[in-house]
Design a protein around this ligand. Sequence first.
Ligand code: NAD
Ligand code: UFG
Length: 346
Amino acid sequence: MDTVLVTGGTGYIGSHTCVELLNNGYHVLVLDNFSNSSFEPIKRVEKITGKKVKFYEGDLRNKELLRKIFKANNINAVIHFAGLKAVGESCAKPLEYYDNNLYGSIALFEIMNEFNTKKIIFSSSATVYGNNPLPYGEEMPYGIISNPYGRTKCMIEQILGDLSKSCSSWHTIILRYFNPIGAHQSGMIGEEPQGIPNNLMPYILKVAVGDFPELKVFGDDYETPDGTCIRDYIHVVDLAKGHIIALKSLLNSNNQGKNSEGINIYNLGTGKGYSVLELIKTFEKVSKIKIKYSITQRRDGDLPICFANVSKIERELGWKAKYNIEAMCEDSWRWIKNNPRGYKNV
Ligand code: NAD
Ligand code: UFG
């Protein structure tokens, strides 16, 4: 079976993808520097699947380490999750983001070139669509992007496009995630933000377990039915399964759907949007916990509405999200109920 290197594989999306990779029979190598994670998810991934992960602790920017990993293993493809992802932090520390995300990616692509492993799936984001008209489709140009994090995503996408143009043996799939929430149904792995969460569901979970007294809803005066922002939430297990479908197509070097730069881009979303208040209500319904909230001013840079056109990936790869918003809330709730301190319980 093929061997896949997963960068950032101990993180939220990476750990869920490792479960699906192992369940589909792939050999999994993980590289992570624990800048936003720990080793515990690997232990749990192995417990869920009954299979082993080969783990390397280290930084993507360490080319010697990358060389060592590629030399010791016959790697068929790379799934590249590793990166810093907090929008606000990226505005405060732009150089850290460019160094980690951009330089880390370049180092990885260089070593992949050196070892002639030229199949990669890259984690991009709906943030690249910026102010385009809705729903967002893969053929759209980049929108106006207001933060360094989003710019690193566009730049890495463009670097991958240039690589594909320079050499036809590069096969690249870019997956643009919408808003991943939820957790594995076992309740053993999930999202563990450090400190105060930036994103909505992790914040709701902190309120649910009593770590914070209330949620602040950033604005209720948007042009949406209830005035709060609308997002395309996707269950992280659906997202992880999307990577397996993409990987199978990549390993078969199926060129269908390539754009003019020779890369395939797919949205991973459900195509449906829910408002902040709808997500809170659904969470309350499935958990039977009241989430106290107050309305505050808008957060800088928030778009009123964001949702995907998901027809391309369904048409070309046969992937479609399966889990609804109730399942996303139920699984998020199970994770935090079982692990109120996240992985720090152990
Ligand atoms: P995460 O922070 O949970 O996981 C990222 C992992 O990468 C962490 O384990 C971190 O320790 C590791 N890492 C970071 N820099 C590294 C480096 N230089 N060397 C080695 N390891 C490094 O984040 P996530 O939510 O799982 O996101 C995974 C990817 O998906 C990221 O690239 C993120 O930008 C992208 N993405 C996430 C979302 C989201 O809402 N979660 C949305 C769109 C795109
Ligand atoms: N929100 C609140 N209170 C909070 C947190 C969020 O009201 O405490 C609101 C936001 O204003 C927004 C909605 O909840 O309207 C969703 O916010 P998130 O921060 O959860 O998600 P975003 O859509 O803003 O951003 C996420 C990722 C980005 C990524 C983007 C598109 O954080 O990295 O999705 O993929 F770029």
